[in-house]
Design a protein. Structure first.
Length: 136
């Protein structure tokens, strides 16, 4: 019991430190024309990120969202019995973060794994990635 408590305190402490360092070293935001930013903002309205504040993989996806300059809604899934955690389990099928929910009308896609989320967001919002795909 004591071991589990100490491990949780350690995990939360290290995670909090990582989040603070990430805040201090935030990547630069992509600059877009006002019309392009409006288009990105509209597309981002269909997405929400389920996450834990101190999770290193969640920090990685938040840094990507910051760099891409898109207003994705963050939902805290850490609170046991909380609304977002329950939705993640009920609708997404598992409590695993980070998770990007992409709404497409009546259907929602739940994307897990930080690398997959980062790749998807880059494809959707990074002009350099879009240009590279268009030239292939």
């Amino acid at each position: 019991m004591l071991k589990a408590i100490l491990l949780k305190i350690f995990r939360e402490g290290v995670g909090g430190l990582m989040a603070f360092i990430s805040f201090l070293t935030s990547p630069r935001k992509i600059k877009r024309t006002p019309d392009a930013q409006l288009e990105a903002d509209e597309k981002a309205k269909t997405m929400s990120m389920y996450q834990y504040f101190a999770c290193p993989f969640c920090i990685k996806t938040r840094r990507t969202v910051h760099r891409l300059n898109v207003p994705i809604e963050y939902r805290d899934a850490q609170i046991r019995g909380g609304e977002h955690r329950n939705a993640l389990e009920r609708e997404g099928g598992q409590i695993k973060v980070p998770c990007l929910r992409i709404d497409a009308g009546e259907k929602a896609t739940w994307l897990y794994e930080s690398n997959d989320i980062v790749a998807y967001l880059d494809e959707q919002f990074d002009p350099e990635v879009k240009a590279a795909k268009a030239s292939v």
